[in-house]
Ligand binder design. Structure first.
Ligand code: ZN
Ligand code: ZN
Length: 278
C-alpha cells in the first residue's frame, strides 16, 4: 500500500507535489481539470510531460485522477448524460496522457428514475464507452455516502454494475467516510472484517484497487458526506488499524481526502496512518 493525499489545484502542480513529498506522501490524487466545469482545457502535452518527470523523480506513484463532480452517468436528461459521457471519455484520455492507471468516478444520481433504471444506464454508458477508452487506464467506481438519489452506496449496487465488467476494465475505490455514512462499520475491527467479507462475497476483492482514507464528522448511517481528520472523527482509529493491516498489494494507493488538504494537516494525517501500520 502506498499512502498519499489528494492534491489541491491551486498552488501549482510542482509546488504541491514537493509539499506532498515533504509531508511523507508516496502517491497523489489530482483533478484533471476544474472539478465543477464541463469544459476541460485542451491538454498541454509539454506541461504534462514535465509533471510526469517530476512525479517520477520524487517516486510519487501511482497517479490517481479524480473525475469532475458534474459527471452523472445515471442522468435521465439526454443533454446532461451526453455531456457526462463526453467529459468522462475526455478524462480517460487525459489520464492516459498523465500515465495515470486510475480514474475515480462517483457512480451517479438517478434523480428519481429509480435505482434499477439508474444502474442499468450506468452499465449501458460504460459498456458503450469502454471500447473507445485508451489502454492502461482503469475506471474506478467510488462508493458514495448515499444521500439523495446517489447510487453506489452499497456493495450490492456496486456489484450490479461491476458484474458486467472484468477487473481489467472497471474496479472500485473504497472511501471509508462514504462507507461509514452509508452504514458500514468502519469503526471497529469486527466491523471492518465483516464489511470486507461482504465486499468479497458480493463484488470480489480483486475489484478493489484504491482506498480513500477519511474519518467522518457525521454519525454512521447518516448518509451525509463530511470528511474529518484521521482519528478525530466518528470512525476513530480502531477500524482504520484493522483496514490498514490487511495484506493489500504493495502498490495499492490509499489516499487522504481530509480537510485542509495541502496544509500541515496532511503530515499529521499521514503520520496518524503510519502509526497504525507499525
Ligand atoms: Zn473519496
Ligand atoms: Zn466525500
Amino acid at each position: 500500500m502506498r499512502l498519499g493525499v489528494h492534491m489541491p489545484l491551486k498552488g501549482g502542480f510542482a509546488a504541491n507535489l514537493k509539499r506532498v513529498k515533504e509531508n511523507g506522501g508516496e502517491t497523489i490524487q489530482i483533478f484533471s481539470g476544474n472539478p465543477t466545469a464541463w469544459k476541460m482545457a485542451p491538454p498541454n502535452r509539454k506541461e504534462i510531460g514535465k509533471r510526469i518527470v517530476l512525479a517520477r523523480e520524487q517516486s510519487i506513484f501511482p497517479l490517481v485522477i479524480h473525475s469532475a463532480y458534474l459527471i452523472n452517468l445515471a442522468s435521465s436528461t439526454p443533454e446532461f448524460l451526453d455531456k457526462s459521457s463526453s467529459l468522462l471519455n475526455e478524462t480517460m484520455e487525459r489520464a492516459s496522457l498523465y500515465e495515470a492507471p486510475y480514474v475515480v468516478l462517483h457512480v451517479g444520481n438517478h434523480g428519481g428514475a429509480g435505482v434499477e433504471r439508474g444502474l442499468e444506464q450506468v452499465v449501458e454508458i460504460i459498456s458503450r464507452s469502454l471500447p473507445r477508452w485508451p489502454g492502461g487506464v482503469k475506471l474506478l467506481l467510488e462508493n458514495t455516502a448515499g444521500g439523495g438519489t446517489a447510487l453506489g452506496s452499497t456493495f450490492e449496487e456496486l456489484a450490479r454494475v461491476l458484474r458486467n465488467f472484468t477487473p481489467d476494465d472497471v474496479g472500485v475505490c473504497l472511501d471509508t467516510a462514504h462507507g461509514w455514512a452509508a452504514g458500514y462499520d468502519f469503526g471497529s475491527a469486527e466491523g471492518v472484517q465483516e464489511l470486507l467479507e461482504q465486499f468479497e462475497g458480493l463484488i470480489g476483492l480483486e475489484y478493489l484497487f484504491a482506498l480513500h482514507l477519511n474519518d467522518a464528522k457525521v454519525a454512521r448511517g447518516s448518509r451525509v458526506d463530511r470528511h474529518e481528520h484521521i482519528g478525530r472523527g466518528q470512525i476513530g482509529l480502531e477500524g482504520f488499524r484493522e483496514l490498514l493491516r490487511q495484506p493489500w498489494p504493495a502498490e495499492m494507493p490509499a489516499i487522504l481526502e481530509t480537510p485542509e488538504m495541502g496544509s500541515e494537516w496532511d503530515r499529521k494525517n499521514l503520520d496518524a496512518i503510519r502509526a497504525l501500520l507499525r
